[in-house]
Design a protein around this ligand. Structure first.
Ligand SMILES: *Cc1c(COP(=O)(O)O)cnc(C)c1O
Length: 395
């Protein structure tokens, strides 16, 4: 293998994502630590209320992660053994894992390789009498086409659970994700648009889903510790269902309270940086730039994910990422199509080509550095390294 040394080299490694945490977050965490109450309590309740107000939703359940939230929400929607849940192979594997944890079977609908969104027009053909829920994923921060999906689900009495892990701030036809008559789950993992370290939020318009998810997230207990141990509380509680330990801590919520205030600034900066990438790569052979969905939407730019046009290069996407790493530029892989993982391929007999567009994307997608603290100079280094690799390995 021929190994040229890079012409241009950053002196330090540029990660593809980095959380933006300020002094306010640090002070709020310290205040929580000094307060004597560090787990689920008043700050978690306040963060849930403020998040709900931001998205325009009805009920919120703060949880330890979006994965925990998806699991609790699926169960709260009544998904159980023998049920089918329709979702997309282009997602983080937690979407499928949580369906399997409920004893249900994921049924996949391919994506549009240009927009990366689930092909809503193909969902109807995937429905059977056993379909209990549809789990669309708002991929990389653009919304799926919700109107036809909600109409179809409504006409069949099937629940919609939005995997909104990428969609804090995303809008569909002028309305924020979280405000639709569904259940949605958001993520506050450090790579996501806002972070609580780890954390997530279930937002639902259905009071029964809210009640059930609230019980499931804390052992099935009808009263949480901070209410039982308060002066006016009672130490007794009942357990109606065997629940989980999925609660969010006040230490996490302390971060979230301030991240939420900075969210609109974060989104503006993500959009500005995405536009700079679009301009820098316009007309460049070897890179297929991300497409916009063909309906009104606000893109939250969780990720900037071009496809490496491997047919016009002498190298694979993985080698492309390797070459950038040699040039001190980090990238991410979001994601390998879920049907190609050995558990799923083995259990359901799925072959890579069964979902051809997801397979096409899965072989080519790459996440470029994108986060609110990314400077123009850092981004210019990433662009220069990428153009150098494309030129060196072009066909
Ligand atoms: C990150 C992510 C999740 C899981 O979020 P956690 O908060 O890390 O559990 C679920 N679905 C998608 C699409 C994600 O990107």
């Amino acid at each position: 293998m021929q190994v040229n040394s890079p012409r241009r080299m950053r002196s330090s490694f540029l990660p593809f994502a980095r959380p933006s945490l300020g002094e306010e977050e640090i002070r709020e965490v310290v205040d929580t630590l000094r307060s004597g109450w560090i787990t689920t309590g008043p700050k978690t309740e306040r963060f849930a209320a403020e998040f709900l107000e931001y998205v325009g939703g009805r009920h919120a359940v703060p949880v330890a992660s979006a994965t925990a939230g998806l699991h609790a929400a699926l169960l709260a929607l009544g998904v159980g053994p023998g049920d089918e849940v329709v979702t997309t192979p282009m997602t983080f594997v937690a979407t499928l894992n949580t369906i399997v944890h409920c004893g249900a079977v994921p049924v996949l609908v391919d994506v549009d390789a240009a927009t990366l969104q689930m092909r809503v027009e193909n969902v109807e053909a995937a429905l059977t009498p056993r379909t209990k829920a549809i789990v669309p994923v708002h991929y990389v921060g653009q919304p799926v086409d919700l109107d036809p999906l909600l109409a179809l689900a409504g006409s069949r009495g099937i629940a919609v659970l939005e995997d909104a892990a990428h969609a804090v701030g995303t809008e569909y036809k002028g309305r924020r994700i979280g405000s639709f008559p569904t259940t949605s789950v958001f993520s506050f993992h450090p790579n996501k648009n806002i972070t609580t370290g780890e954390g997530g939020m279930i937002v639902t318009e259905d009071p029964e889903v809210f009640e059930r998810a609230s019980l499931l997230k804390f052992h099935g207990m009808d009263r949480e510790a901070w209410k039982r141990f308060a002066k006016e509380g009672s130490p007794r509680y009942d357990v109606a269902v065997p629940g989980f330990k999925y609660n969010m801590m006040d230490i996490q919520a302390a971060l979230g309270l301030h991240q939420l205030r900075r969210l609109e600034g974060f989104l503006a900066e993500r959009a500005r940086l995405a536009a700079r990438y679009d301009a820098a790569f316009a007309g460049t052979a070897g890179l297929i730039l991300p497409s916009r969905v063909p309906y009104p939407a606000r893109h939250a730019w969780h990720l900037y994910t071009p496809l490496v046009d491997v047919d016009r290069l002498t190298i694979s996407r993985d080698r492309f990422m390797e070459e950038l790493k040699r040039r001190n530029v980090g990238t991410g892989l979001h994601y390998t199509a879920a049907h190609e993982f050995s558990y799923y391929a083995g259990r359901f007999g799925w072959k890579p080509e069964d979902f051809p567009e997801a397979h096409f994307v899965s072989e080519r997608i790459v996440s470029l550095p994108l986060f609110p603290g990314l400077t123009d100079a850092d981004q210019d280094d990433a662009v220069a390294a990428i153009l150098e690799v494309l030129e060196e390995f072009g066909r």
